[in-house]
Design a protein around this ligand. Structure first.
Ligand code: GLN
Length: 311
């Protein structure tokens, strides 16, 4: 049986209270100065039930840089606007087993990224969007506002600029795909759009709401609107389970057993299909770029709920 409201709240409060035990490990992403300045000792957790009720604890109302989690929303936008073949002829659906910003497979596989959740794949999805949508940044922002129910969600221009100033590795990925003929649009436009997506600031409650459709067979519980079909929902969750945490996806599936997606801002989303979406945030990262306290809390949450889609 599901935990009732009070039992779940007690669990969230306990996870939040225990989180500082992880604060002696890991470090905040510092590949750009704007992220390196974040106070490392934050922890927030929020769940959004499939009836749209939200429960949260800790710093769940403090906004953070969503970074790679936006790769999920960008792919959803692409699935809404493009035919499946137009997407999946250009990007794969296999776990990479490599770091999120790795170049090696791109060379071996002739410019076709392994999946949409590593940087190369997200740059490719961004290319699909900017090639077909007149104002991709505006459209992506509206998409995030609608999904989260918060009409002031937006870009952190300082983070976006900082990403652009340190773009070398992502630029290399994009130009390599361009060289293989797998990137249509202007590379600098693709990079600018991708970095703006990474720069979006949201809090745990907003983020949990924005992915609640993935727990609800594709329908956003906030307003009853259909985001994707039930089949697409299943496909997205499959991709999250196998590819959402890069080369730590296997370990995350082992420990947590939920489809998930992390970002180097310290956020992780996870989906309990049919029940709830979850967002945790804590900025200290492990060597894979995943939040240490966040993953730990998700393990505790699943243990406390006593149920996962994997048994
Ligand atoms: N902005 C980061 C990058 O492109 C996003 C990566 C991440 O969150 N894993 O490197």
């Amino acid at each position: 049986a599901d935990l009732d409201h009070d039992a779940l709240q007690a669990l969230l409060d306990r996870l939040s209270k225990d989180a500082p035990r992880c604060f002696n490990e890991g470090k905040v992403a510092d590949y750009i100065p704007a992220l390196g300045e974040v106070d490392p000792n934050h922890f927030g957790i929020a769940v959004c039930h499939v009836d749209a009720r939200v429960q949260y604890a800790g710093d769940a109302l403090t906004r953070f840089s969503i970074q790679s989690i936006v790769k999920v929303h960008a792919l959803v936008l692409a699935m809404q606007r493009l035919a499946p073949d137009d997407i999946w002829s250009r990007v794969g659906r296999e776990p990479s087993g490599q770091a999120f910003n790795s170049m090696v497979q791109l060379e071996v596989e002739r410019g076709v990224p392994r999946n949409p959740f590593i940087n190369a794949g997200a740059l490719l999805v961004t290319d699909l969007l900017v090639s077909r949508i007149v104002s991709t940044q505006y459209t992506l922002r509206e998409h995030l506002r609608r999904l989260s129910g918060s009409d002031d969600v937006g870009f952190d221009e300082r983070v976006a600029r900082s990403e652009m100033d340190h773009k070398a590795r992502n630029a290399a990925l994009a130009y390599l795909m361009k060289a293989y003929g797998n990137l249509d649009a202007d590379v600098e436009t693709v990079l600018d759009t991708y970095f703006h997506g990474c720069s979006v600031a949201m809090n745990c409650v907003e983020m949990a709401r924005s992915v609640a459709f993935l727990a609800n067979r594709g329908v956003n519980p906030l307003d009853g609107s259909r985001v994707v079909s039930p089949v697409e929902t299943r496909q997205l969750n499959a991709l999250l389970l196998t590819c959402g945490l890069y080369d730590a996806a296997g370990d995350f599936a082992w420990r947590v057993g939920l489809p998930g997606k992390s970002g180097v801002g310290g956020g992780i989303i996870a989906i309990l299909p049919g029940r709830m979406s979850i967002c945790v945030w804590s900025p200290r990262l492990d060597g894979y770029g995943n939040s240490i306290a966040g993953r730990h809390a998700l393990e505790g949450l699943v243990e406390g709920i006593g149920f996962s889609p994997l048994g």
